[in-house]
Design a protein around this ligand. Sequence first.
Ligand code: 4NP
Length: 152
Amino acid sequence: MKTKILMVCLGNICRSPLAEGILKSKVDDSVIVESAGTGGWHAGETPDPRSIAIAKENGIDITDQRARKFKARDLDAYDFIYAMDNSNYRDILSHAKHTRQTKKVKLILNEIYPGENLSVPDPYYGGDNGFKRVFDMLDAACDKIAEKLNAK
Ligand code: 4NP
C-alpha cells in the first residue's frame, strides 16, 4: 500500500506546490504526494512563477502541477494532511467528522519546531525573498517527513 500525503495552503499556487515538489524529491515511489488549496480561486492554474523559479533553482520541476480546491473527501483519501498555516489547519479540521480524520491533519512546521504551531508565511503579496525563505522552511520540514517515511 502506498502512503498518500496531501500538502494544503490557501491558493495552492505558492506554498503547497513547493511542499509537494520538495517532498516528492526526497521519497521513493511508495509515497504519493499531492497538494490542494482551501480556496478555489486558482483552480486549474500552474504554480506562481516565483514558486516555479525557486523550485527550479533547487533542481525541482513543479510546472506540471495544477491547483485544485481541498475537499472533505480528502480527509479519507490521504494518510497525512499537512497544513501550511494555522488558518488552513482550522479550515481543514472544520470538515473532519471523526478522530480517524482529525489525527491525520498536521501543521507542517511542527515537524521541525514541535509543538510551536508556527505558520509558513504566505509569500503571495511579498517579494522573491519570501519565496526563498518559504522554500528553506519547507525543505527542512520535508527532510523530517521523508526521514520518517523512508524509515518505514
Ligand atoms: P498560497 O498563496 O496559499 O501559498 O498558494 C496564496 C495564493 C493566492 C492567494 C492567497 C494565497 N489569493 O488570495 O489569491
